[in-house]
Design a protein. Structure first.
Length: 690
């Protein structure tokens, strides 16, 4: 008897990465046997990163949760026993009903980008909690500060087409590491270099990307805003400006010129740790190269002045007219090009009209919320698509909040994460190969569809199915709570929006991806047309003024640095940053042997002079600490970091780190200047041998 032919199923990478790869999954006899990048999708171009190329390790891991369970030990111990789905759903519904009878705002959903899918990430889950009248979640943990700084200047998350950058002559890679976190975008940056472009990497450490660029500049963490202000000052003083573009397509130039008059390279030098000559040379090179591109990323927004830093950088291409060119301008995110119908997906209109006013909780500071929120206190937490015990700042307070015996906690997960150890009810989730979804992206201009390739393993269920079941258990009857995944996917993009022409369910089903209906090449602001209230690039921001914030580009110093906080720096003189580990994606993949072994354990990169001053040798186990907590890591003594800065690639699961903590034991629960984001990379520590 001949074997059935292999089937190939179209899929999308679900992880929090700009590339959102189109994938092809080969299935034989009900099992996925191969996964590869779609060769016909121009941006994916047939390749996957080393993590997702081995995605079947994740799908078929023996660590997968396969059945519902309930806690039998103390919170945090991670001891559970198997139960049925009926018992799990009945328990959750009974708890939610009892709490909602007093005040449903005591119930909080907690999710982020464990999947970037529009169906499994922001559809029935939002509808269910809206209908329940639960507290709303402000999803700020990654990009909210920079997104607001960009919006205040440019108007929306729109920038240079990543596929058009090969024509650039100068590229500033600012606050990002595309070799690790934007691999397919890096391919286009490399092509620009092959054609003669100069690549400059601006990063406090010599990252994998910096090592491949022509120039590496290493400012002190949190000082990118000062560097951008000084560059503006040089551009104006040296008259390296496109006066016609400024006059026709910007607002507030005279006020901006007055603001930056004193922001000379000599002013910025002691703040950034770069010489005045270096800053002046960078500004002049940027002002004379054409086309010039800035590829910035969200690393620089995770500091006290992160929102303003992104805003300051976003002003630069409007001053020089770099937006005129398809290969010029700047790129932070492409997500604003996608006409995603968030209201149709999330249905905020389901929130009960006779309920108390909605309350919003900032996800970044979940430890404080669980320990301090009153009127009402948080009594129930439903966690999905996230691992807050490991990823949220000031993790000792996060663990203390999750350890509350009076907190009812549900976790829906693929694996028993650090957060799952605190669950009262633990539910098994499907992987991307086991459910339906559709994706926009923030790193290119293609929508990507995902179709289930295999049946769910064990008794795993997708987010959407669990919320349909819970809605029925709660006695809700609204049809919107019971729509199918196909119906949800079909509603993802706004009907009638010209950009979505061709991004139809039929077109996506045919080949798994579709480019937005935008020109090729796409130069979004070549003739102005910024999606701001004024229609111009706003050096003076009415949005920020209405929010009570400084409407002009400004300098917002780090919360923790030798310059801004010398008293604290006397005790904790080293600035810690925690960029993504090459083998992890936040905490995804960090539990799997292939990737954990590839990373080789928690590390701390430290400059030889800083190591020598503390008697630290390469390979020694270190204790990294401040007033908030401590974690351990192995010393890597290297000149890849500047003196005064230490780097710990992250994020490790705490229970797999060796000492039960990770870098978030020392990070702060202070907030950014705008957007309510956390300041992960604004953190002073001291280091000693463990």
């Amino acid at each position: 008897m001949s074997k059935a032919p292999h089937a190939v199923v179209r899929a999308a990478c679900p992880h929090d990465c700009p590339d959102t790869c189109a994938m092809e999954v080969t299935v034989a006899e009900g099992r996925a046997v191969k996964i590869r990048g779609a060769s016909d999708m121009p941006f994916t171009n047939g390749t996957l990163c080393t993590k997702v190329a081995h995605y079947l390790d994740r799908v078929y891991s023996d660590q997968r949760l396969r059945y519902p369970m309930k806690r039998v030990g103390r919170k945090g111990e991670g001891r559970f026993e198997r139960i049925s789905w009926d018992e799990a759903l009945d328990t959750i519904a009974a708890k939610f009903r009892a709490i909602a009878a007093d005040d449903p705002r005591a119930i909080l959903p907690y999710s982020y980008a464990g999947t970037m899918g529009l169906v499994q990430g922001e559809s029935l889950d939002r509808r269910f909690f809206h209908r329940l009248g639960a507290s709303l979640l402000d999803r700020t943990i990654c990009a909210s500060a920079g997104a607001l700084g960009w919006k205040a200047t440019v108007g929306a998350s729109i920038g240079t087409d990543p596929e058009a950058v090969a024509g650039a002559r100068l590229i500033l890679i600012w606050g990002g590491n595309p070799v690790v976190s934007n691999l397919h975008g890096w391919r286009h940056l490399q092509e620009a270099r092959r054609r003669g472009a100069k690549l400059v990497c601006i990063d406090p450490r010599r990252s994998e990307t910096a090592a491949k660029c022509d120039v590496h500049l290493a400012p002190w963490p949190g000082t990118d805003g000062a560097l951008a202000l000084a560059m503006m000052q040089v551009l104006i003083v040296d008259d390296l400006l496109d006066h016609d573009y400024i006059a026709r397509h910007t607002v507030g130039f005279a006020a901006l010129a007055g603001r930056v008059r004193a922001c000379t390279p000599e002013w910025a030098a002691p703040l950034t740790g770069l010489s005045a000559d270096t800053i002046r040379s960078l500004a002049r090179e940027y002002g004379t190269a054409s086309p010039a591109l800035i590829r910035l990323n969200y690393g620089l927004n995770r500091c006290a002045g992160g929102g303003m830093a992104v805003r300051n950088i976003a002003c630069l291409p409007a001053l020089t007219g770099a937006w005129r060119h398809a290969a010029g301008g700047a790129l932070l995110s492409t997500s604003g090009n996608f006409p995603i119908d968030h209201k149709a997906l999330q249905r905020p209109d389901l929130y009960p009209r006779d309920a108390r006013p909605p309350r919003t909780i900032n996800m970044a500071f979940i430890g404080d919320a669980l320990l301090e929120t009153r009127d009402p206190p948080i009594r129930a937490l439903y966690v999905y698509n996230s691992n807050p015990v490991a990823v949220a700042p000031d993790s000792n307070r996060v663990k203390a909040g999750f350890a509350r015996e009076d907190l009812f906690c549900v976790v829906h997960e693929l694996f028993q994460t650090d957060t799952a150890d605190y669950a009262d009810i633990l539910l098994p989730a499907t992987s991307q190969l086991e459910h339906r979804d559709v994706h926009g992206t923030y790193g290119h201009l293609y929508a990507v569809a995902n179709y289930p390739a295999i049946e769910p393993l064990g008794e795993a269920k997708p987010n959407t199915e669990v919320f349909r079941l819970l809605a029925a258990r709660m006695g809700f009857t609204e049809p919107a709570l019971f729509e199918s995944d196909d119906e949800l996917a079909a509603a993802a993009f706004r009907p009638g929006d010209q950009r979505a022409l061709g991004v139809t369910p039929a077109r996506l089903a045919e080949r798994g991806w579709a480019r937005l209906n935008l020109p090729q090449p796409f130069a979004p602001f070549a003739e102005g047309g910024f999606p701001t209230p004024s229609g111009r690039c706003e050096f003076h921001s009415g949005l920020l003024a209405r929010m009570g914030l400084d409407p002009l580009p400004a300098w917002h110093p780090p919360a923790e640095s030798p310059v801004s906080n010398p008293v604290l720096a006397a005790r904790y003189p080293l600035a810690l940053i925690t960029p993504p580990a090459r083998n992890f994606l936040n905490t995804s993949f960090a539990n799997l042997p292939r990737f954990r072994d590839g990373e080789g354990g928690p590390k701390l990169q430290i400059h030889p002079e800083d190591a020598a001053a503390r008697g630290i040798a390469d390979g020694e186990r270190l204790r990294i600490h401040n007033d908030r907590g401590e974690f351990h890591a192995r010393a890597v003594v290297t000149t890849d970091v500047r003196r005064g800065v230490v780097v710990s690639p992250s994020v490790w699961w705490q229970k797999l780190s060796g000492d039960g903590n990770n870098a978030n034991a020392v990070t702060s629960s202070a907030s950014t200047d705008m957007g309510g984001g956390p300041i992960f990379y604004d953190c002073l520590v001291e280091v000693a041998r463990a």
